[in-house]
Design a binder for this molecule. Structure first.
Ligand SMILES: *[C@@H]1O[C@H](CO)[C@@H](O)[C@H](O)[C@H]1NC(C)=O
Ligand SMILES: *[C@@H]1O[C@H](CO)[C@@H](O)[C@H](O)[C@H]1NC(C)=O
Ligand SMILES: *[C@@H]1O[C@H](CO)[C@@H](O)[C@H](O)[C@H]1NC(C)=O
Ligand SMILES: *[C@@H]1O[C@H](CO)[C@@H](O)[C@H](O)[C@H]1NC(C)=O
Ligand SMILES: *[C@@H]1O[C@H](CO)[C@@H](O)[C@H](O)[C@H]1NC(C)=O
Ligand SMILES: *[C@@H]1O[C@H](CO)[C@@H](O)[C@H](O)[C@H]1NC(C)=O
Ligand SMILES: *[C@@H]1O[C@H](CO)[C@@H](O)[C@H](O)[C@H]1NC(C)=O
Ligand SMILES: *[C@@H]1O[C@H](CO)[C@@H](O)[C@H](O)[C@H]1NC(C)=O
Length: 770
């Protein structure tokens, strides 16, 4: 104990010399209006009233703060989740975020955020518990919640936060930070399938991450969410360096509230608070769910916080800061006199509630369509995709349980969508857990195909389960073309145990391909799966990854299958050929009392690992084919200094100027360079290409070979050309210096490449920095 005590004391003196214990006090930043109102309101409150603002109670929403009736302050309502209102009825199920980013279309990322924010607003939710910003980030392909988030976390989080808050809903960027496995995420037996010790005996998993990796990989997307103005941040279940994330002074007070200058509130994930005093001083502002759920998640803050403030263990200034941090973004974005009250009650979901879906099915459908990622297409002999016009087809087999509706219906699989015998019976539109949302209806692939071909199309031969291979083969052998639908499920509370396709899927494809010369596979998967046992089969002519498309699943596929639209999705993660292609042991499952996850692969997450280790993936990050072809012109780069206009809440990230460029700038997000390249549709049908920009730091820096630093999706008629432009900020060309504790651009030549995927780079240029 003594050995660790001294450095901690020194650290507090050095780093917090000008701060009260418990970290920096908010000044509101650009939320001037909300901050002034919050300060004035909190200054009238008693200690008991202030504590009420910081503590969860039982109520209508999954998170519900105490009220302050004397000052007419009603409860703050917090509700799941990143793909729509859970488990509330008469709301939309949106595509999983992994699907939305597979479109690589900023307009659709914005459209989804705006649509969701309107639904949350109209249901009376003050804080939307989304977007999933970067915990998980995708360190392990098995992580049960990767599908909730995205690899393009930075760009997508910025856009989702900014545009949702413009609709008046306060966002919650989650889960902070380095939350990369479900296994051992909680220190007690919460009925997680991996529980091995009695309640409260085992520590939660500790993510041990070095400072450089933390900044360049895990903190990066949170910086984007914070500067977009995220009102709240959810701390995660795991520990960081052996301290709970929700009581982690270096993570919350230093990185989040000082370095990123975060002015809003840190909210614990439900059950992520383990102690009142260390959490309050470690940077937590709102303990959720507090005393709700009969105290099943512990009962922190509340009376204990009142006592700790009264006997001065926690300063009243810290308590004021908590309440101000919670209320500032809410009062800035919401007029509580007119903001809707919750129109539902999670304690009785059958009570009548308002419908908030509008015509959001159109956005849902378009996201699913633009996310469709074509990864194999063999047109030899007129096979593969697109399919011929329905009138020219005689027979089409539709095979697999994933092709048709769930036998369980919309509302019988429980409030996390995981209570059914086998969650992937029927087509898979989303994963399970708190990131799930009810599908009010599902247009499954078979239903959409039947509707599309009904006037003049082929006879449909269907076989809708995965185990009777002889019956499946019989239908396939009677058909010109066979569509095989497969899936792989993932959910909160548990990591995937393998990268296999679910429910006998590999055997099903092989049985169909043995008898059908035009076998087309559609995958609804929560992350990468191994396809090696059939991918090179001569009769498997095309493969589509349709991700987790939400309730318009079938409608999203039809235009691409029949060539009304060219596929334009690109993989937001890498498909390997073997589980051993990924870094080893990234899910720690060793049943010890204090499980430790050492992030030894450091910066080499996903494609960066495959590139650095020279491993040939099955399909690389950024890959996706079209029905047309695209040419790339030469890449030009110019110094085009533009001061930052995008930081709604400026961060305080330290950086050093590049001598030659932009000395007048003051932000890490000033634009230093603009790159541009002309992209031409060189084929014969309309299509959209995602031009992707990757940078390569000088090899002496030891950085990963390539890093995505820009993308633009261009929709092009045959023969048409458009220019893709990429604005590179100071941060885009910087690395985190551990000794200097700041962002620095290395001297030397930085390579810049643009292409159609992370491994299909067509045009190159460089920047010389000195
Ligand atoms: C705290 O909130 C609870 C629950 O809404 C309420 O019953 C109680 O009166 C509040 N306490 C104070 C001091 O306002
Ligand atoms: C609370 O609302 C009531 C009724 O609208 C009003 O009379 C009262 O002045 C309000 N109190 C405060 C402190 O705003
Ligand atoms: C964990 O909880 C489950 C469900 O309550 C129970 O069946 C199991 O015995 C518990 N395991 C341990 C080790 O306590
Ligand atoms: C975690 O520990 C590593 C290794 O000592 C250190 O580099 C890093 O800054 C620490 N991070 C946090 C958030 O404490
Ligand atoms: C302050 O109050 C807390 C909670 O009641 C108690 O555990 C702690 O011992 C008290 N500390 C002092 C210095 O009185
Ligand atoms: C769901 O699928 C499993 C096998 O994957 C099967 O045992 C079960 O009967 C199916 N449930 C229904 C309702 O079809
Ligand atoms: C993969 O994991 C799933 C879910 O745990 C399990 O049902 C399946 O049998 C496993 N497949 C293989 C090939 O081990
Ligand atoms: C491909 O399909 C044809 C039926 O059209 C079959 O005769 C052939 O054996 C299949 N190829 C393989 C490798 O199974």
């Amino acid at each position: 104990m003594g050995a660790t005590f001294l450095p901690i004391v020194l650290h507090l003196i050095l780093v917090h010399a000008n701060l009260v214990l418990g970290g920096p006090i908010a000044n509101g930043g650009s939320w001037t209006y909300g901050f002034v109102k919050a300060k004035a309101l909190v200054s009238q409150m008693t200690i008991e009233e202030k504590v009420n603002v910081t503590t969860g109670y039982t109520g209508k929403c999954v998170g519900f703060t105490g009220e302050v009736p004397r000052l007419n302050l009603t409860a703050v309502c917090l509700q799941d989740g990143p793909a729509g209102l859970r488990p509330v009825r008469r709301a939309s199920q949106f595509p999983a975020q992994i699907t939305t980013v597979a479109t690589w279309n900023r307009d659709l990322i914005i459209a989804a955020a705006v649509a969701m924010a309107r639904e949350f607003h109209d249901k009376g939710v003050n804080i939307w518990l989304g977007p999933t910003t970067g915990g998980p980030h995708g360190r392990s392909p098995l992580m049960g919640r990767n599908w909730e988030g995205k690899y393009l976390n930075g760009v997508a989080s910025y856009l989702a936060v900014k545009h949702a808050q413009e609709e008046g809903v306060v966002t919650c960027a989650k889960h902070f930070i380095a939350y990369e496995q479900e296994t051992f995420r909680n220190p007690f037996n919460q009925t997680e399938p991996y529980s091995v010790f009695p309640p409260l005996v085992q520590s939660s998993i500790s993510s041990n991450v070095d400072d450089k990796t933390m900044h360049e990989i895990y903190l990066w997307p949170f910086a984007e969410a914070i500067r977009a103005g995220a009102g709240t941040v959810m701390c995660s279940y795991n520990q960081i360096n052996q301290t709970q994330s929700c009581a982690n002074d270096p993570a919350l007070n230093e990185m989040l509230k000082t370095e990123l200058g975060f002015q809003g509130a840190v909210i614990s994930d439900w059950g992520g608070t383990w102690d009142t005093e260390s959490s309050a001083n470690g940077g937590l502002d709102l303990s959720m769910p507090g005393s709700a759920y009969g105290g099943a998640f512990g009962n922190f803050f509340g009376d204990e916080l009142i006592a700790l403030v009264k006997n001065k263990t926690i300063s009243e200034a810290r308590l004021d800061d908590m309440a101000v941090r919670i209320l500032s973004p809410i009062l800035h974005h919401q007029d509580l006199a007119t903001y809707p009250q919750p129109s539902f009650d999670v304690r009785d979901l059958n009570l009548p509630t308002n419908n908030v879906r509008r015509d959001h099915y159109k956005i849902i459908r378009q996201i699913g369509e633009e996310a469709v990622t074509l990864v194999k297409n063999n047109r030899a002999g007129g096979r593969g995709l697109p399919l011929p016009a329905p009138s020219l087809m005689s027979t089409l087999a539709v095979i697999g349980e994933d092709a048709s509706a769930s036998p369980y219906g919309a509302t019988s699989c429980g409030d996390f969508g995981m209570d059914c015998a086998n969650q992937n019976n029927g087509t898979m539109t989303i994963g399970g857990g708190s990131g799930w949302a009810y599908p009010p209806y599902t247009i499954d692939p078979l239903a959409a195909i039947n509707a599309y071909v009904r006037a003049d199309g082929p006879g449909i031969n269907q076989h809708l389960e995965n185990w009777d291979l002889a019956a499946a083969a019989q239908q396939a052998s009677r058909s010109e073309t066979a569509l095989v639908f497969l899936n792989a499920y993932a959910r909160e509370f548990e990591d995937r145990h393998n990268l296999s396709i679910y429910a006998n899927g590999d055997e099903l494809v092989k049985a169909v391909a043995a008898v059908n010369p035009n076998t087309i596979v559609v995958l609804h998967v929560a992350g990468p799966v191994i396809v090696e046992s059939w991918i090179d089969h001569e009769n498997v002519t095309a493969v589509i990854i349709a991700h987790l498309p939400g309730p318009e699943s079938g409608n999203s596929l039809i235009p691409v299958l029949w060539g009304e639209k060219s596929p334009s999705g690109k993989l937001p993660y890498t498909f390997g050929k073997h589980p051993s292609d990924w870094p080893p042991n990234t899910i720690v499952a060793h049943p010890v009392l204090e499980p430790q996850a050492d992030f030894t692969e450091k910066l080499l997450v996903d494609y960066k690992w495959f590139d650095a280790k020279n491993i040939a993936p099955r399909w690389e990050f950024g890959f996706g084919m079209s029905y047309t072809t695209f040419g790339f012109g030469s890449l030009s780069i110019a110094e085009t200094f533009k001061p930052d206009t995008t930081s709604i809440q400026p961060t305080h990230e330290p950086f050093v100027h590049i001598q030659s460029v932009g000395q007048q700038g003051r932000s890490l997000y000033d634009i230093l360079y603009t790159a541009s390249v002309q992209v031409t549709n060189t084929g014969s049908v309309r299509g959209a290409e995602v031009a992707q920009l990757y940078i390569s730091f000088p090899p002496s820096t030891g950085q990963p070979p390539r890093l995505l630093r820009g993308f633009e999706k261009l929709d092009l008629a045959p023969g048409e050309s458009k220019t893709a432009t990429f604005e590179l900020t100071r941060k885009d060309v910087a690395m985190w210096s551990v000794p200097a504790q700041r962002w620095e651009t290395p001297e030397g030549v930085i390579g810049v490449s643009v292409g159609a995927s992370s491994r299909d780079l067509r045009s190159h240029a460089s920047l010389a920095v000195f």
